[in-house]
Design a protein around this ligand. Structure first.
Ligand code: CU
Ligand code: ZN
Length: 183
């Protein structure tokens, strides 16, 4: 009887060890070096665009082309805390992506929301094309931007006003997804 009890106990201990190992494997999100967001217009607007994010050794390279914006103007450009464009005004995307609990700022500030990408500048045709590397963004790990929202605003982000840079209503909304590297 004692041998049986010991055997059962040993088996039980072994099982709990195995269970612990499984728990230790923390899911850190999809492994990708390439992400994409398609910008859709909010109600009453007619903008469209594509934003790609590529993981590099220096950070994340962001390339965006957005058209249908007012000519020669600046438009707040952020990653927002929800990848949710359901509301006609895109307010469903929530506030700025801010996993490090910082105040709003500009892309080169050390104190900024991780989602603070600054502004999109448009040309005389109302098209914005930008290409920059953001040293603070990542497509991997705890603060990965995959799955969150991208918002283009009606007004300029002043990079200072709290909590969102006074950038006004949302003209376009997209969701950052894992991109097809062969497309
Ligand atoms: Cu925003
Ligand atoms: Zn912000």
């Amino acid at each position: 009887m004692r041998i049986l009890t010991t055997t059962i106990l040993a088996a039980f201990l072994l099982m709990s060890c195995v269970q612990e190992e499984v728990v230790e494997e923390i899911y850190e999100g999809p492994e990708t070096d390439f992400a994409v967001a398609i910008i859709h217009p909010t109600e009453g607007n007619d903008i469209s665009g594509v934003v790609t994010f590529t993981q590099t050794d220096e950070g994340v390279r962001a390339e965006a082309t957005v058209s249908g914006l007012p000519a020669e103007s600046l438009h707040g450009f952020h990653i927002h805390e929800y990848g949710d464009c359901r509301a006609p005004d895109a307010l469903s995307a929530g506030g700025h992506f801010n996993p490090t609990d910082m105040p709003h700022g500009g892309p080169t500030d050390t104190e900024r929301h991780l989602g603070d990408l600054g502004n999109l500048p448009t040309d005389e045709d109302g098209v914005a094309s930008i290409d920059f590397v953001d040293e603070q963004l990542s497509l991997r790990g705890e603060h990965s931007i995959i799955g969150y929202g991208v918002i283009v605003h009606e007004q300029r982000d002043d990079l200072v006003s709290q909590p969102v840079g006074d950038a006004g209503p949302r003209m376009g909304c997209g969701v950052i997804g894992v991109a097809n590297p062969e497309f």
